[in-house]
Design a protein around this ligand. Sequence first.
Ligand SMILES: C[S@@+](CC[C@H](N)C(=O)[O-])C[C@H]1O[C@@H](n2cnc3c(N)ncnc32)[C@H](O)[C@@H]1O
Length: 488
Amino acid sequence: MAKPSSLLDTRVIYCGDNLEQLKKLPDACVDLIYIDPPFNSNRNYEVFWGETKEKRSFDDRHESTRAYIEFMRPRCVEMSRVLKKTGSFYYHCDWHASHYVKVLLDQILGENNFQSEIIWHRALSKGLAFNGFPNNHDTILLYGGGERTVFNRPYNPYDPDNLDEKTAGKYSHRDPDGRLYQLSDLTNPNPDRPNLTYEFLGHRKVWRWTKQRMQEAYEAGIVVKPSPGSIPRMKRYLDEQEGRPIDTVWMDIPPINSQAKERLGYPTQKPLALLERIIKASSNENDIVLDAFCGCGTALVAAQNLNRQWIGIDVSPTACRVMAKRLRDVCRIREDENLWLRGKGFVVRDLPWTEKQLRTIPPFEFENWAVIALGGVPNKTQVGDMGIDGRIFPVGSEPSAKKDEQLDFMDDWYPVQVKQMDKVGRPDIDMFEAAMMRAKRKKGFFVGFDFSSDAMLEIGRFFQREHISIVALTVREILDETIALRLA
Ligand SMILES: C[S@@+](CC[C@H](N)C(=O)[O-])C[C@H]1O[C@@H](n2cnc3c(N)ncnc32)[C@H](O)[C@@H]1O
């Protein structure tokens, strides 16, 4: 596919704070922006992983709302700058701040450019409110860039078994095969059409169609005489109509539930169907879609599937790795610089790959980075992990049993322990040994920046004593990708 703009790169995931990344983009360069920022952006790492406790006092809430709006303001200013005049901006939020966000966007994008407040009914409530109605919808605010925006009106097909009164009244006829239709007028509103004035089935009229077309439609059973002597009319079938235009209340897209095939396990993940609707409605093929808070990359996957160009930004290296894997697995495109230069595949930019940067990311991100880099799966629970941060399932490991409908790989995994410290010491190794004994593991991996000589001696003694091996891996070895041999 040709590059849509020489001004910027697309099919790129940028890892970093979107404020900095957005500043690097030129003015008026993207066609569609969708964002779904976490409410507590100052704690975005927890929010990405689903820490969403709601037990705060009013003052506390007010303070965080203010902080949130002030955090979002410069970012929305940048997004408004990079949006084309014909572009659309979707801001996904909920009751926490939707009314403040509306005021913010009115100020930045212009009150006159507000287009719609979409209510996405989640179908499953997030739990009963302590006192009051359960919160059960998200709010998506849509603004235009200032000029006439792209809008491909979406429709919901009619369900013949569940028609509203007006439509049922209109489509009141039924063919023997069950198809519903209405009868519509075939006479021409313009009386001055000599070419279309002729006699048909005993009626001389000015018709809409030529005589030949009328005759063909009559033979096909589309033009009928409803009763002897009546004027011929045309059958308009319900199932050939576009359907009901989708309005601002979206009740037909369920949230990701525990059984959903697309589910990756992140509570903030939005359904692909939601993003597909937005992208189809407000962009055309090869247009550029930007998600500046892209999480597990739902908007990017939807954009790729719909042949749009895309740019994703997320501050979390883990999120960037998760979405890169998702694009590879779901869209079957390759993460490959050479391919990307030739207009295919995609790239991830600015991941904190240096030792220095890895020392400064939050411990939680560091653990995820290390486990994912080893090809393992990070633990979902970060507290009470009993000394194990992740698991590696060796290639070819087979599930030994099925437990509660989950495949059980219990017999075949290696624990990973990660410490973001300069020198892993003997006490850290002691704790990991205890965790491995409890979990009855024969081999495990320990990641740190370096290991003290005491720690290395203890690893040797442990092997002699218990025949359990601990592989000590340094961050440098992981970065140099020299670990493949040691993982074998
Ligand atoms: C609610 S999630 C988005 C989920 C996404 N819509 C999906 O379906 O997967 C919000 C994301 O914003 C990211 N984020 C928070 N602050 C950010 C910032 N300043 N710059 C870039 N990304 C940020 C978080 O890391 C998180 O992944």
